[in-house]
Ligand binder design. Sequence first.
Ligand code: SAM
Length: 273
Amino acid sequence: MKGVLYVVATPIGNLQDITLRALSVLKEVDLIAAEDTRHTLKLLNHFGIKKRLVSYWSEREKLKAPEITQRLNEGLSVALVSDAGTPGIQDPGRELVRLAIEAGIEVVAVPGPSASIAALSISGLETAEFTFIGFLPPKKTERSKKLKELAMEERTLIFYEAPHRLIEALSDMEEVFQERHAALAKELTKMHEEVVRGSIRDILTALENKKIAGEYVIVVEGRPERLGSPPVEEAVAEVKALMKKGVGRKEAVKSVAKSYGLSKKELYDRSLQ
Ligand code: SAM
């Protein structure tokens, strides 16, 4: 009989957030596939669990996933864990889950924390519909492009960001999202936990003279209806600017519509007005 792959969420800081079910699965499986075995060892030691660990970090994922699938095929049960939160959510895991499903292995979720949902739940922003973006591209040009693509998104947006890029990312967000409401959640469930809510400008102001360290989630309001027209106006202006530089209308509309998430036809018609 084939084994079962358990995808086990672990705490994002506070170890008390481990679930009872996660503990019993970690105790019962034959093998734990961990993003970083040293990290997971600390968690296991804390809960007095002794188990065979196999390393499974993202760059080795392509290599390791077939090996672990083989173990599952042989009948071993495996728990997949990442360093923190839910595996596969901006963490390795997707490849193993995909291979296991392909091999007809049962894949079971052992749900628990994820920084994304934790931050959204206390953001005060709309939770009915949201879009998880995760990390933005590190380079400014690509980051701005990605943000422009999201300018028309009506659902609440959730971003992860590294501390050394936090200010640049927020500044770029302010250019695109302007006055929208946002929340910055720092070090959730940990000693230095902090949440700042307000406009992106308010958040940037609150960060002045503060030590930027630790882990951050940024939650931004989706496009409010009252802001429905400015991005279109902005996009039309961009089309016109490109045309002044000699780019043909059709080509300019195509590239700007894509980066603003607008319909080509609508933008083309508006650019003629
Ligand atoms: N798999 C994890 C999850 O389910 O949330 C995410 C892992 S990702 C590599 C790490 C990023 O998640 C951090 O850079 C930060 O943006 C966010 N994060 C993780 N733990 C956090 C915490 N305690 N407080 C705020 N953000 C956190």
